[in-house]
Design a protein around this ligand. Structure first.
Ligand SMILES: [Zn+2]
Length: 332
C-alpha cells in the first residue's frame, strides 16, 4: 500500500503556503501580491554547525542537542541521498590532506546512500551562518530558480535567516531563491546544482542559449558581461575605491553593472554595493548631487533585500545622511 506523505506546513504567516508540485515535491506559493522588499520569512536555526569544513561528527554533535520534536522535524526535510555514483568522480587526488579526504568521502557516501542521513539532509538544506552553516527548517522549503523572485540572508542582528521579495510577486506565484551565484554561467550553475541532486529547468537553463530570441540567450549574455565587468573592477573597489575614482571609465562600468544586475532581476546585496561604490566615487569626484542620488538607491536596495535591521545597513544610511548634509550645505 502506498503511504501518504503529509504536506509540510509553513509557519503561521500572511504571505505564502506550501503546496505540492506534481512530480517535483513541494514549493512555497504566494497567498497574495507581495511587494519588493517585503520580509516574507524570518526563520530560527534548527541545527547549527559552527564551522565551514564540517565533518559528520560535527553534525552528529549538533543533532544530539536537539529535542525529540526537533530531531523529527529535521528528518522531514528533503534529503540529497540516492544519487547515481557513476555521475560523480570516483577518485580523490593524492595531494588532498587526510581530514579533507575523509570529509569528501563522507559527503559522497551520503549522496549515493540509500537512506536519508544527517549529512544527506544537511548538505542540501544548510545555509551560511556566521563562520559556519545552519539548517533553517522553513527557509529550506523554498525552491531554486536561476532568476528567483526572492533572496535569503543570515541576519546576525536578529539571529534569523530572512527571505525578502526582490521583485513584486503575484498572488499564486511560486516564491523562489537562488542556490547558486546568479552571475555564474549555465555550466557552472548546473555543476553547483548537481550537489542538490537536480537539473534546473528554469528559463535560463531550459531554453536554447544559442537562439538569440530566447530569454536564456539574453540572460547568458548579461551574466557573461557581468563576470567581465567584475574582473575589470574587482581591484578598484572596496578599500581601493579612490584608485577606481581616478580611473577613466570606471563609473561607466559600475553603471553598466548596476543596469545588468537589475535587468537580470538580481536585487541583492551585490547590487547595493555597486550603487554604494558609485556614490562614493561620485563624492570623491565632487559630484555630490549624483552621489546622493546613487546613495539613496544603495540604501533602498540594501533595505529591500536585507532589511533596515541588518547590521551593515547603518553604514549605508550613514553615507546617505552625510551626502544629503553636504547637499543641503551647498544649497544654503
Ligand atoms: Zn536554472
Amino acid at each position: 500500500m502506498a503511504t501518504v506523505e503529509s504536506i509540510p506546513v509553513a509557519p503561521p504567516n500572511e504571505y505564502y503556503e506550501i503546496r505540492a508540485i506534481p512530480g517535483k515535491g513541494y514549493g512555497c506559493f504566494a497567498l497574495k501580491a507581495i511587494k519588493r522588499g517585503t520580509r516574507i520569512l524570518a526563520d530560527d536555526p534548527l541545527l547549527v554547525v559552527p564551522m565551514a569544513n564540517y565533518m559528520q561528527r560535527d553534525i552528529q554533535e549538533a543533532f544530539e542537542k536537539l529535542s525529540p520534536e526537533q530531531k523529527a522535524q529535521y528528518f522531514t526535510l528533503h534529503s540529497g541521498h540516492g544519487q547515481d555514483a557513476r555521475k560523480w568522480p570516483s577518485r580523490i587526488h593524492e595531494s588532498v590532506a587526510e581530514q579533507e579526504r575523509q570529509r569528501i568521502q563522507e559527503q559522497h557516501q551520503a549522496r549515493i546512500g540509500k537512506e536519508p542521513t544527517l549529512i544527506s539532509i544537511f548538505q542540501i538544506n544548510c545555509m551560511e551562518m556566521d563562520q559556519g552553516a545552519a539548517v533553517f527548517p522553513h527557509a529550506a522549503r523554498f525552491n531554486h530558480n536561476c532568476n528567483p523572485n526572492a533572496c535569503f540572508t543570515w541576519n546576525s542582528a536578529i539571529g534569523k535567516e530572512t527571505i525578502h521579495a526582490m521583485s513584486d510577486i503575484s498572488s499564486g506565484e511560486e516564491v523562489t531563491i537562488s542556490y547558486c551565484d546568479m552571475v555564474h554561467d549555465k555550466k557552472l550553475r548546473s555543476w553547483e546544482l548537481k550537489h542538490y541532486g537536480f537539473v534546473c529547468d528554469c528559463r535560463a537553463c531550459g531554453e536554447d542559449e544559442d537562439d538569440e530570441s530566447t530569454f536564456a540567450y539574453q540572460s547568458a549574455t548579461r551574466r557573461f558581461r557581468l563576470q567581465e565587468l567584475e574582473r575589470e573592477t574587482r581591484f578598484l573597489r572596496g578599500s581601493r575605491l579612490e584608485c577606481g575614482a581616478r580611473e577613466e571609465g570606471f563609473v561607466k562600468k559600475l553603471l553598466e553593472m548596476a543596469a545588468l544586475h537589475q535587468q537580470e532581476g538580481d536585487y541583492t546585496a551585490r547590487l547595493a554595493t555597486v550603487f554604494l561604490d558609485m556614490a562614493l566615487v561620485c563624492e570623491f569626484n565632487k559630484d555630490i548631487r549624483m552621489a546622493a542620488l546613487t546613495a539613496a538607491k544603495a540604501v533602498q536596495v540594501k533595505k529591500d533585500c536585507q532589511g533596515a535591521d541588518f547590521a551593515e545597513y547603518a553604514k549605508y544610511a550613514a553615507v546617505l545622511a552625510r551626502l544629503n548634509a553636504k547637499l543641503a550645505e551647498r544649497k544654503a
